[in-house]
Design a protein around this ligand. Structure first.
Ligand code: HEM
Length: 198
């Protein structure tokens, strides 16, 4: 629940900052119904990685392992606690979700005339995060690597939210001469375009 609340709040902040960064922009819904479902599932997939990741982090804290062999034996032993056996869920969910998001980016960016730079960043961050996750398992999750994994997860979520917004809405810049801008002019132009939209 906490992961869902955190990711939703993060998404709301990211979109607010992004949309307020250019107040002369207007948005039009450009993704079709099926595309919107694909995008929503991508967001849910990454949320699911975060939820299972929190479980793995809890396991690593409560049941720390001293060797990799020991950790793997704990994960697969039928005598282990249920919580420990659930640890394997995170890499499995991550692998499926990463493949899904890569497919989503590839599929939806094909229909756009100009591909957004965010999509390339998103792809690179996804792959980097998988590498950091694998390293986390191999090195038995030292604190510095846990923090790195968490930081990259936050960056990844922000990039996914921005990419999803790019894929869902198309930008319509208002016709305002930005070269002669001053705050009051922008405000006036904005008021004019608001009136035009009404
Ligand atoms: C895009 C892919 C991934 C994302 C977004 C992700 C995200 C996360 C998150 C949010 C946590 C919880 C961190 C915390 O609460 O402290 C976590 C923990 C963990 N993840 Fe991942 N993960 C990904 C892939 C992987 C993969 C592929 C592996 C292993 C093969 C992995 C191994 C771990 C481990 C061992 C932990 C527990 C230690 C820690 O807290 O860092 N992760 N992950």
């Amino acid at each position: 629940m906490q992961t869902i609340a955190q990711t939703t709040a993060g998404a709301a902040l990211t979109l607010t900052a992004s949309w307020l960064s250019n107040r002369l922009r207007r948005f039009a819904l450009s993704a079709k119904g099926a595309e919107r479902v694909v995008i929503a599932m991508g967001l849910f997939c990454v949320m699911a990685i975060g939820m299972t990741g929190s479980l793995t982090a809890l396991d690593d804290t409560v049941f720390p392992s001293t060797t990799l062999k020991d950790a793997l034996a704990q994960d697969f032993s039928s005598n282990s606690q249920v919580l420990l056996r659930l640890r394997i869920l995170h890499p499995v969910v991550a692998a499926v979700a990463v493949l899904y998001v890569l497919w989503m980016v590839q599929r939806l960016s094909k229909n756009r005339e100009e591909s957004s730079g965010i999509l390339s960043f998103l792809t690179a961050t996804l792959l980097a995060q998988v590498a950091v996750g694998v390293l986390n398992v191999l090195l038995l999750a030292p604190v510095w690597l846990q923090l790195t994994h968490l930081l990259v997860a936050e960056i990844l979520w922000i990039l996914l939210v921005l990419a999803s917004s790019d894929l869902t809405f198309s930008d319509q810049h208002c016709n305002v001469p930005l070269s002669q801008k001053g705050t009051s002019e922008i405000t006036r132009a904005e008021a004019r375009s608001n009136r035009a939209l009404l």
